[in-house]
Design a binder for this molecule. Structure first.
Ligand code: FEO
Length: 573
């Protein structure tokens, strides 16, 4: 049965149904959610999946987002008296799954919470009342009776450091929370139609899992030791059953690809659940992820010194999100990092919360004294970070990745056959500046890989390198302006936008602009502008080909011509 409710014109519904013997899914369907953290725009909403397993004892796996408070708790009470729930398994503590843990504990005061040590610690801050708890580790078991033996799997960093999976050997069902999920909202409970979910499954992997590819591989290895898995009961999107082998195989392939393509690793250390550390770290990871560099993220509070030493020794770049100065465990981990750091490595530091400014400056000086090279100046935050701060952190991550990839990229360009490169240079193209605004964030980029693409509706394509800052502002649904440069008057704008801007820099500080009706800057010195909206994106290895429909446009000088750039070779200006 589906219960529909309108809330601020956003559609929220809930469904409960059996997915395996004695196992019900309670799926909260968030049809219109259009953004998830800062990471990505959602085209198809999302779901938050919770599960009830009834053996002789009863366990609830995860809850739901706080926005489903009434719907979820009513549905739960429809199907069970909450006092009959013996165990609450918390796979991790991000609020989209644990937002109603407190409410469930109020309805079921005798329930015992099963979670990782770190999750229990976080829950203490969320629940604000005593609750029964059992810390679980890799390999621990919980026997619910009637054949439902639950085995716990430690899966740190997928995608939070406190994550566990739970496997019911009675039904061969793996409860995986974020892993193997996707932001795709549909009444269909299972993954019958692969072509519908293909794209969302990949985007989700790229945004949330790819930065922790090593952790993905470790979790896959642990899953291999569990025995047969017939169902993956994930935390978002349709439950995997019909295409399970294919979809798990993709995680195997994608996580291994990262290892072979990326020669260098960036180690990102952060203090989870402190200040704004989690979202800021995501922003850095997202920026790094655009550059195809391998990334290992480790929580300072939970890092084993040997693991830290090993990771730092093998990393080409080190990024640290500052913990509070009084957090002795995290500060000890930073001493280990300093002990293992070597000249030739790049480093970057960022503030996470209200730590003392001196701490970050002292650490910056220590790294410099050790001979490491800064990839970016320490990133600082004032008050609550806004979109511009997240963009700044993202761009800093991208900068670090680009610095580390520089030699590889030069090598790859040099490896292109010179005759072919010259031939490619003869493909003619105009010169354009793409400008985009999203919320508080503005960006601009010189583009020449632009082409008309459709007549009805009118549409164009633009190829954008994955590591360009503006790429984040050109997701499906976003708008931008295509500024056409003028023959004999393009040099100043071309030079300006070819410059390397430091993270967060205002690209328009010295440029004359007006504002288009879609909010993006129109360059006053351009010959023409066209307002565009992104409809789809095609992944082409190191670029996205962005297809956009065009809405309005104007030419400022009717008789002037478009700047055409004649290149000697295909790869640079
Ligand atoms: Fe779906 Fe990490 O929460």
């Amino acid at each position: 049965m589906v219960v529909a409710v309108k809330k601020s014109q956003k559609r929220l519904t809930i469904q409960a149904l059996e997915i395996a013997p004695d196992t019900q899914a309670i799926r909260s369907l968030d049809w219109d959610r259009d953004r998830f953290d800062i990471e990505f725009a959602l085209e198809n909403g999302t779901t938050y999946n919770s599960y009830l397993i009834r053996g002789e004892k009863t366990a609830l796996v995860d809850t739901s987002h706080g926005k489903f408070h009434d719907l979820y708790l009513e549905k739960l009470q429809d199907i069970i008296d909450p006092k009959e729930i013996d165990y609450l398994i918390v796979s991790h503590t991000e609020p989209d799954h644990s937002g109603l843990v407190k409410d469930v504990i109020e309805l079921a005061p005798n329930v015992t919470v099963f979670a990782s040590k770190m999750a229990i610690m976080f829950l203490e801050n969320q629940v604000h009342r005593p609750f029964k708890r059992q810390i679980v580790k890799q390999g621990h078991e919980l026997d619910l009776g009637k054949g439902h033996l639950i085995q716990f799997v430690s899966a740190p960093n997928l995608h939070w450091p406190d994550t566990i999976f739970s496997y019911d050997s009675g039904t061969h069902t793996l409860f995986s929370c974020d892993a193997f999920g996707m932001h795709y909202c549909s009444d269909n409970v299972f993954d019958e139609n692969l072509s519908l979910i293909d794209g969302e499954y990949k985007v989700y992997y790229d945004c949330l899992m790819a930065p922790n590819a090593r952790s993905v591989r470790a979790a896959l290895k642990r899953m291999d030791n569990l025995g047969h898995i017939s169902t993956i009961a994930n935390g978002h999107g349709p439950v995997l059953r019909c295409n399970l082998k294919e979809l798990v195989g993709r995680y195997r392939k994608w996580s291994n690809n990262t290892e072979t393509r990326a020669e260098k690793v960036v180690a990102v250390f952060y203090a989870s659940n402190y200040g704004h550390a989690d979202r800021l770290t995501h922003a850095i990871l997202k920026g790094l992820g655009k550059t195809e560099i391998a990334v290992e993220a480790l929580d300072l509070k939970n890092a084993d010194p040997q693991e830290v030493h090993k990771l730092v020794s093998s990393a080409s770049g080190i990024i640290i999100g500052m913990p509070p100065a009084q957090d002795v465990v995290s500060m000890a981990a930073i001493s280990t990092i300093l002990g293992a750091a070597k000249p030739k490595q790049y480093f970057g530091l960022f503030e996470s919360g209200g730590e003392n400014e001196d701490t970050i400056d002292t650490l910056f000086a220590q790294f410099k004294n050790l001979g490491l090279t800064k990839a970016f100046f320490p990133l600082r935050i004032e008050d609550t970070p806004g979109e511009a701060t997240y963009q700044l952190y993202e761009e800093a991550g991208t900068d670090m990745g680009q610095l580390l990839n520089r030699d590889r990229n030069i090598k790859e360009i040099k490896a292109i056959n010179p005759k072919l490169e010259k031939a490619l240079g003869r493909i003619s193209s105009g010169l354009y500046i793409i400008t985009a605004t999203k919320g508080e964030v503005k960006s601009g980029m010189l583009a020449s890989w632009v082409a008309k693409a459709s007549r009805t509706p009118l549409g164009i394509t633009v190829a954008v390198a994955k590591d360009r800052a503006i790429e984040s502002l050109m997701q499906v649904g976003d708008t931008f302006v295509l500024n056409v440069l003028e023959e004999d008057n393009y040099q100043p704008l071309m030079k300006h936008f070819l410059k390397r801007f430091p993270p967060g820099a205002d690209r328009f500080a010295e440029i004359k602009t007006q504002t288009a009706s879609n909010g993006s800057p129109i360059l006053t010195d351009s010959l023409a502008y066209i307002e565009c909206q992104v409809k789809s994106r095609m992944e082409c290895h190191d670029h996205w080909v962005v297809y956009a429909t065009v809405e309005t446009g104007r030419v400022s000088k009717p008789n002037a011509l478009t700047a055409v750039h004649h290149r000697k070779v295909g790869n640079h200006y």
